[in-house]
Design a protein around this ligand. Structure first.
Ligand SMILES: *Cc1c(COP(=O)(O)O)cnc(C)c1O
Length: 416
């Protein structure tokens, strides 16, 4: 369910006409709906009845206003960098609800997270464990640790967003993980608290989650026998959404399947959903600059692959809609941006509305991995982020200026 709906053929976000927002802030821009973010967060979080924390995957949509909204709903954060820790802190997320994931945390990042007092680190290698122990020893504190294991389960999703296969760079192979738990358990400045896995993104079936959970359970029993009981089980994120004709399970079905497997476990469940909460709560709004017919029909808009990388990067599908659909005609065309790359497309060889010059375009399902993956390629200022709440809209990130583009750049003396 989302709050992007037509009223008399004009697309609205909650009670606000999107054309009105475009008239005020210009195009392109990202647009999020507070009601949709809230509904999705609650639907997910409330689906779990056992002790759990929903640690929102910050990388999917990291604006501090969005993070603040989730904090106000009792959410935590899954972070993957010092920058995301900074954002989570600025947003007022309780550090005891923050988990730190990722294969390459620097000593500085480990130090900041230790002083913030996060819930735990998802450690992925011996070298990382040793570094964490030495940073913690320097600081005279104990580091809370969970290990990310790689269960070698096929998530049946795009190769670039599969993370739980033996050939992926993530986690410690579950067959080798026992030794690292024993080592860590003996370290003076490390406290072993949990186990985690994250097998991939945009999963549209429950079975790979359950298959990994079963592998984790067998391993947990072995640890318990060895005198290393754990209090947290982190299942990662990865639940998919509908972009096109996918039929991902509802969070309730997902929660139910997990609950069934976990009934005999005494662990607090940690979840790290990203896409399932924000994906369909945000869109990218652009304007048609030109249309042209070459070998085929092209609609050239003012948004590009630097604003939304997913179509170029993964061949991802985003539904394309007219903000004013009163004409109602469709055609097969490519929706492309102004960037000097053939890979710069937002939709390719699909039936889309027959746009005319200066019309507004909605690129749907862009809330996750949209703005956060955007760049300044071709020296294009990054677009603003707008948050609608009821009948109001708020600029939660300003459009970048040309001065922002060269911030920090310097011409050295010898060139002056
Ligand atoms: C990316 C990521 C997530 C979120 O994945 P979604 O598919 O957006 O739910 C969660 N945990 C980790 C460790 C990740 O890398």
């Amino acid at each position: 369910m989302n709050h992007f709906n037509y009223k008399d053929d004009h697309l609205f976000c909650e009670e606000v006409s999107i054309a009105d927002i475009a008239a005020t802030v210009g195009t392109p821009f990202y647009l999020y709906s507070t009601a949709t973010l809230t509904t999705h967060f609650k639907a997910f979080d409330n689906a779990f009845s056992q002790p759990h924390i929903t640690c929102f995957a910050t990388k999917s949509c990291s604006n501090i206003a969005v993070l603040r909204l989730f904090a106000s709903l009792g959410g935590g954060a899954d972070i993957v960098s010092g920058g995301e820790l900074f954002r989570a802190q600025k947003a007022g997320i309780d550090p005891k609800r923050i988990v730190f994931s990722g294969v390459g945390k620097s000593a500085d990042e480990l130090r900041s997270a230790l002083s913030a007092g996060i819930l735990f680190f998802n450690v992925e290698s011996y070298q990382e464990l040793n570094r964490l122990q030495s940073v913690a020893a320097d600081m005279g504190v104990t580091a809370p640790v969970s290990f990310r294991v790689n269960p070698d389960v096929d998530p049946k999703t795009h190769a670039y967003i599969s993370t739980g296969l033996a050939k992926n760079k993530f986690g410690i192979p579950i067959k080798d993980a026992f030794d690292i738990y024993k080592t860590a358990n003996e370290m003076e400045h490390v406290e072993v608290l949990g186990i985690s896995c994250h097998i991939g993104s945009q999963l549209t079936e429950i079975s790979p989650f359950i298959e990994s959970l079963r592998k984790l359970k067998v391993f947990l029993a072995k640890l318990e026998e060895a005198g290393i009981p754990l209090s947290y089980l982190d299942l990662g994120g990865g639940l998919g959404i509908q972009y096109n004709d996918e039929e991902p399970p509802h969070p309730e079905k997902y929660a139910e399947a997990i609950k069934k497997e976990m009934h005999d476990l005494n662990c607090t469940l940690i979840l790290e959903p990203g896409r399932v909460i924000v994906g369909n709560a945000g869109i990218l709004v652009a304007k048609v600059l030109y249309t042209k017919v070459g070998g085929k029909k092209f609609i050239i808009v003012d948004a590009a692959m630097n604003d939304l990388a997913r179509p170029s990067l993964y061949g991802a599908h985003h539904a394309i809609q007219a903000i004013d659909r009163s004409r109602g005609e469709n055609e097969i065309a490519d929706l492309v941006g102004p960037i000097c790359e053939t890979g710069d497309f937002l939709s390719k060889e699909k039936e889309i509305p027959a746009f005319e010059q200066d019309e507004l375009v909605a690129i749907m399902s862009a809330g996750a991995y949209g703005f956060t993956m955007s760049s300044n390629y071709n020296s294009r200022p990054r677009v603003p982020e707008i948050l609608v709440s009821g009948s109001d809209f708020h600029i939660i990130r300003e459009r970048e200026t040309h001065d922002d583009l060269i911030k920090g750049e310097k011409i050295p003396e010898f060139l002056q």
